[in-house]
Design a protein around this ligand. Structure first.
Ligand code: PEP
Ligand code: MN
Length: 442
């Protein structure tokens, strides 16, 4: 089995750093290989089970977090606020969909980025490829790919995951508490006011449960949540080093996170990423952009989930608001006709990036339009719009335009803090969740 796990080494691997020193790389690989896994095989299997429910139309997937985590921003408050935003979104969506919401964070490992160019045109320096590779500071030393940063990324991930696990079960995520936060959003923000009726409805549902004798403070299903982790499986050496064989079953899992996805730039059928991830037992995501043909997507689906395991594969469409209604239907038709039980998720971020006076941004209206288009397509075909994949933060950053706070071009400079792509701020993320919840109710 382990030989097969290294077939990727004979295949073209896109988007890998030019590690300057093979000795350093081998040392980092050896160190990572000896460290404990970040997640466990049974947890990974339970995410597959949850996603199988999504594939069957019995649940909804919410995946979200930073475009690129950074070591500097891996702080208690930032982690808390991201988790809080995800939980708030999930409560609104649970109410809207009347089904469970599977929560998968882009957290505790989202440290490597694909880039459009090796060399950054503005500085002539090697591009920043994420904190697991180099440093964002614009100097030649900072931009030198350093394999030790992969080990640092592992430790940062472990610290973040420890806190996420504590938040998930330690009382922070109680339904009644999350509902109080949502009430504050509805009361205190322009974005929230529209959703007063929904907040009142949720309040009534909680009162009804309490009246029926359900102790909201003591019912496990209402006081703890499952939060799974995910990141793009981009750095082959990192993912390989954290891949382990479960002794009791002989099954192989990439235990750097529960779910690993393949990016738009590395989804070549004959490339290293697809080969390697086809051999691990995790739930796998695969981004699908507007250049993918229905045949391409079917071939990827066959390759990544030949046994048709429900929950194994999530196809994350990132088509852009202008394209989604045209390009997505034939893809869904093709994959469905072959009987594949995939989760269909919508990433309304990456097909809607625009440049405004040299600043990378996205307009909230385009994000919404793509989500609406995604739902329309699924309604038209009678298929399940399974989930959302969002870049978001728990703070009031000003990286995406629009939303109820009407962030304008002049505001982008205020709090533009992302190390890579622009993220929805808390208000925009919650507004999106409430809008989608409304749509799911219909
Ligand atoms: C991302 O999710 O941050 C990303 C790079 O997306 P994509 O691969 O879809 O471009
Ligand atoms: Mn991104």
């Amino acid at each position: 089995m382990s030989n097969d796990l290294d077939i990727w080494r004979t295949l073209p691997a896109r988007q890998q750093p030019s590690w300057p020193d093979q000795g350093e790389l081998a040392a980092a690989f050896a160190e990572l290989s000896g460290l404990p896994p970040l997640v466990t095989a049974p947890e990974v299997r339970s995410l597959t089970d949850r996603l199988a429910m999504v594939a069957r139309g019995e649940a909804f997937l919410l995946q979200g977090g930073d475009c690129a985590e950074t070591f500097a921003a891996n702080t208690a408050n930032k982690i808390r606020d991201k988790v809080k935003t995800l939980l708030q979104m999930a409560v609104a969506l649970t109410y809207g969909a009347s089904t469970p919401v599977v929560k998968v964070a882009r957290i505790a490992g989202q440290y490597a980025k694909p880039r459009s160019a090796d060399i950054e045109s503005s500085t002539g320096l090697p591009s920043y490829r994420g904190d697991a590779v180099n440093d964002i500071a614009a100097t030649p030393e900072a931009r030198r790919p350093d394999p030790k940063r992969m080990v640092a990324a592992y430790h940062q991930s472990a610290a973040a995951l420890n806190l996420v696990r504590a938040f998930a079960t330690g009382g922070f995520a109680d339904l009644s508490k999350v509902h109080e936060w949502n009430k504050a959003f509805v009361r205190d923000s322009a974005a929230g006011r529209r959703y007063e009726l929904m907040a009142v409805d949720i309040e009534r549902a909680l009162a009804f449960m309490a009246a029926c004798g359900i102790d909201l403070e003591r019912t496990a299903a209402l006081t703890g949540v499952e939060i799974f982790t995910s990141h793009e499986g981009l750095l082959m050496e990192y993912e390989r080093a954290l891949t382990r064989t479960e002794e009791s079953t002989g099954e192989v899992y990439d235990l750097s996170a529960h779910m690993i996805w393949i990016g738009e730039r590395t989804r070549d059928l004959d490339g290293a990423h697809v080969d390697f991830l086809s051999r691990v037992g995790n739930p796998i995501g695969c981004k699908v952009g507007p250049t993918a043909s229905p045949d391409d997507v079917l071939a990827l689906t066959e390759r990544l989930n030949p046994e048709h395991i429900p929950g194994r594969l999530t196809l994350i469409a990132r088509m852009g608001a202008k394209r989604v209604r045209d390009v997505l239907p034939p893809i869904i038709d093709k994959v469905n006709a072959a009987g594949h039980p995939v989760v269909w998720s919508c990433d309304p971020m990456h097909g809607n990036t625009q440049d405004v006076s040299g600043v990378k941004t996205r307009h909230f209206d385009d994000v919404l339009d793509e989500v609406f288009g995604f739902f329309e397509v699924h309604r038209g075909l009678g298929t399940h719009p399974g989930g959302l994949h969002i870049e978001l933060t728990g703070e009031n950053v000003t990286e995406c335009l629009g939303g109820a706070e009407q962030i304008g071009e002049a505001d982008l400079g205020g709090r533009y803090e992302t190390a890579c792509d622009p993220r929805l701020n808390t208000g925009q993320a919650l507004e999106l969740a409430f809008l989608v919840a409304e749509m799911l109710q219909q």
